[in-house]
Design a protein around this ligand. Structure first.
Ligand code: NAI
Length: 465
């Protein structure tokens, strides 16, 4: 039986990054993956293919709706969904092939098959050619998550689907009904709305993207309505009925009035749940909580000392970059280094148009934690670069501690918010004050000047508003 210093079960961003870091630190490392391709949900059926389709659909929308003001007129633009899907798949293949190369470069041994703990230091790998067993001094479980299903609306792969199918429709649905206005619902809703589908979003809570600052969430809702998306907020879905290839969804609104909407496909995007079935947790006595998450201590150790767990199967936001950080930390701890993740500085992005990005606390969360809050806002309509891009919707909001001026949170709705948030994350990682950001010279004309202006606005001295 081959022996390793470290074995990781699950080759998503948490697992494969952890394997690379361990190998860099000199550990003999194995990576076990049950799917044919490495990369997990994020690369194969999540973050990456959705970004590819968002990019394509944005081009289509721009050509059809946003070029006239530039003096460019395009007639007869057509859509070939198959080509769009092929491009998406090429992006996925390039990146997942890239991970195979990274494993080779770092001398990580990859096993294809389903890994199952058979004892505290042995894993059985059930692959196409039978079962083999390996020994590992340390083990990390990084098996990710799967979409949550509504009990009265089971996935059927054609009319009631998860994000996986919504990334691969072979034609633009006439009417797409989306349940849940979180990241998946809004991103996939945007893709198909831009390509011409009627999109109706039904959300249980009173605002879209419930974790976001209220003002930014409502502004985003307006922008999405402008491309034709329709929203029912505070709505409770009560049932779904098959209607000869179409689906009728029933829901009650916030005043308990009953409604029905008929669409040709329903995307259920009400969250994801940890996936750690059939990994043998019970065999070694690893506990899960009532949400199905694996219980770990501050160092990602399960109750079994040499077995760790990271990513979507443990507590915290279900985000690829959070899993990556945890994977690196675990590899470093095993190699005798002080691995650490700063959970106060995990950016969160929704790739709509405009994009929504945030890091740290909202005003409400900061107040709940007892901070006296100072806020600074700057609207992109006062930013030269944004206006040149015809992208003046949105704003940057900085939440700071009134007493120390330390930045507690940064919230951005606007062009390239996904990139701009990195400046905020770096500033917060270094415990910056809003004055630190305000006194940093930002290139002109750039979108990042809006971040500087919002920082100036905390002290009520924004220049351009
Ligand atoms: P989510 O948790 O982001 O949003 C789910 C939404 O559904 C919430 O607004 C919730 O209030 C609503 N909801 C729940 N039950 C409902 C019901 N019965 N009827 C109507 N609405 C209901 O989950 P989502 O969008 O499915 O994404 C899953 C995970 O994947 C999340 O953790 C998300 O952060 C992550 N993800 C991240 C992306 C990114 O970083 N850009 C992109 C896509 C997913």
């Amino acid at each position: 039986m081959e022996s390793f210093d470290y074995a990781v079960i699950g080759a998503g961003p948490g697992g494969y990054v952890s394997a690379i870091r361990a190998a860099q630190l000199g550990l003999k490392t194995a990576l076990i993956e049950k799917n044919e391709r490495l990369g997990g949900t994020c690369l194969n059926i999540g973050c990456i293919p959705s970004k590819a389709l968002l990019e394509s659909s944005e081009h289509y929308h721009t050509v059809n709706h946003a070029l006239n003001d530039h003096g460019i007129s395009v007639q007869g633009a057509t859509l070939d969904v198959a080509t769009m899907m092929n491009r998406k798949q090429k992006v996925v293949m390039t990146l997942t092939d890239g991970i195979v190369q990274l494993m080779k470069k770092n001398k990580v041994t990859v096993f294809h098959g389903a890994g199952k703990l058979t004892s505290e230091d042995t894993i059985a790998i059930e692959g196409e050619n039978g079962t083999e067993e390996i020994k590992a001094a340390n083990i990390c479980i990084a098996t990710g998550s799967v979409p949550v299903e509504l009990p009265f609306m089971k996935f059927n792969g054609s009319t009631i689907v998860s994000s996986t199918e919504a990334l691969s429709f072979d034609k633009v649905p006439e009417h797409l009904i989306v349940i849940g206005a979180g990241a998946i619902g809004l991103e996939m809703g945007s893709v198909w709305a831009r390509l011409g589908a009627k999109v109706t979003v039904i959300e249980m809570l009173p605002q879209i993207v419930p974790f976001a600052e209220k003002q930014l969430a409502s502004a985003l809702q307006k922008s999405l309505q402008a491309i034709g998306m329709e929203f029912h907020l505070g709505a409770k879905v009560t049932g779904a009925e098959d209607l000869d290839g179409k689906v009728k969804v029933s829901f009650t609104d916030k005043k308990s009035a009953e409604h029905e909407v008929v669409g040709d496909v329903v995307l259920v995007a009400v969250g994801r749940k940890p996936y750690s079935e059939n990994v043998g947790l019970e065999t070694v006595g690893i506990q899960r909580n009532d949400r199905g998450q694996v219980n770990v201590d501050d160092h990602w150790r399960t109750g079994v000392g040499n077995i760790y767990a990271i990513g979507d199967i443990v507590d915290g936001p279900m985000l690829a970059h959070k899993a990556e950080e945890e994977g690196v930390a675990v590899a470093e701890i095993i190699a005798g280094k002080p691995g650490h993740v700063n959970y106060d500085v995990i950016p969160n992005v929704v790739y709509t148009e405009p994009e929504l990005a945030q890091v740290g606390l909202t005003t409400a969360q900061a107040k709940e934690k007892g901070f006296e809050v100072a806020e600074g806002k700057f609207y992109f309509r006062g930013n030269g670069r944004a206006l040149s891009m015809e992208a003046g919707d949105g704003l940057v909001k900085i939440v700071a501690d009134q007493n120390t001026d330390k930045v507690l949170g940064v919230h951005i709705l606007g062009p390239r918010a996904s990139e701009l948030i990195a400046e905020a994350a770096v500033a917060m990682e270094f415990s910056a004050s809003s004055e630190d950001i305000a006194r940093t010279c930002h290139a002109h004309p750039t979108l990042s000047e809006a971040v500087k202006e919002a920082a100036l606005a905390v002290d009520k001295r924004s220049i351009h508003s």
